[in-house]
Design a protein around this ligand. Structure first.
Ligand code: ADE
Length: 224
């Protein structure tokens, strides 16, 4: 899978993309991640990428030219399945969107800033708008990291234990059941007996019950 990220703050993305699963996915050739600095494409003599908004009002708006030129350059090199804009007024990210994106070949993710981007970019280039929740971030970069992380871990071969991503919370509209590890007893805090029983049918049943109980209590909205 190839992901191109368009940003005015490329340094902000370096840390998250060079550790753990993201690092491994790139080393294994399963993820081709490219971060582009929008400013490099500005034809303005001061490399400006924003301007005041028509009609007046506080806050700068990202201009069309550098973003359009960068997207057109990328599109001349390959076909993109999706051109995503990270924005608080987009569709709220959920597991199904991540599953769907993990099956794509090439995607662009555009990170917004300031008051937003010129609406014509959204009208003419963007195919999908994603929000990571009902709050406003300073820019789309952290939101883009969330999308990339949640998508990349679903690409076959990225996570070592193949079944692990499939048993994530949300995959079957259930939260995950509680998990425990050694020691079986810490002070007087005990691991539930059933998990030590070796009876795997009973363990599966216990896990299903706990997952359902937890989902009903904490996230009844996701229950089918
Ligand atoms: N940019 C600013 N806030 C955002 C949010 N909540 N989701 C996605 N992109 C954003």
């Amino acid at each position: 899978m190839r992901i191109d990220i368009l940003t005015i703050l490329p340094e902000l993305l370096q840390g998250p993309f060079s550790e753990s699963i993201m690092k491994r996915a790139q080393e294994r050739g399963l993820l081709d991640l490219n971060v582009h600095n929008i400013r490099d494409y500005s034809k303005n003599k001061h490399n400006k990428v924003d301007n005041t908004q028509y009609g007046g009002g506080a806050g700068m708006v990202m201009t069309i030219q550098p973003i359009a030129d960068l997207i057109k350059k990328l599109q001349s090199e390959r076909t993109y399945d999706e051109i995503i804009f990270m924005t608080p007024d987009g569709e709220v990210l959920k597991q199904e969107i991540c599953n769907d994106l993990s099956l794509k070949g090439n995607i662009i993710i555009l990170c917004g800033h300031y008051k937003g981007i010129d609406e014509r970019i959204r009208e003419h280039f963007i195919t999908k708008e994603i929000s990571i929740g009902s709050y406003v971030l300073t820019g789309g970069e952290l939101a883009a990291c969330v999308v990339v992380d949640s998508v990349v871990r679903l690409i076959p071969g990225v996570i070592n234990d193949e079944t692990s991503a499939l048993t994530d919370s949300f995959q079957d509209n259930l939260l995950s059941p509680p998990v425990y590890t050694k020691p079986a007893e810490y002070n007087d805090w005990k691991v539930p007996n059933v998990l030590l029983s070796g009876d795997f049918a009973k363990i599966d049943k216990w896990r299903e019950e706990k997952a359902l109980e937890r989902t009903k209590k904490r996230r009844p909205d996701i229950l089918k």
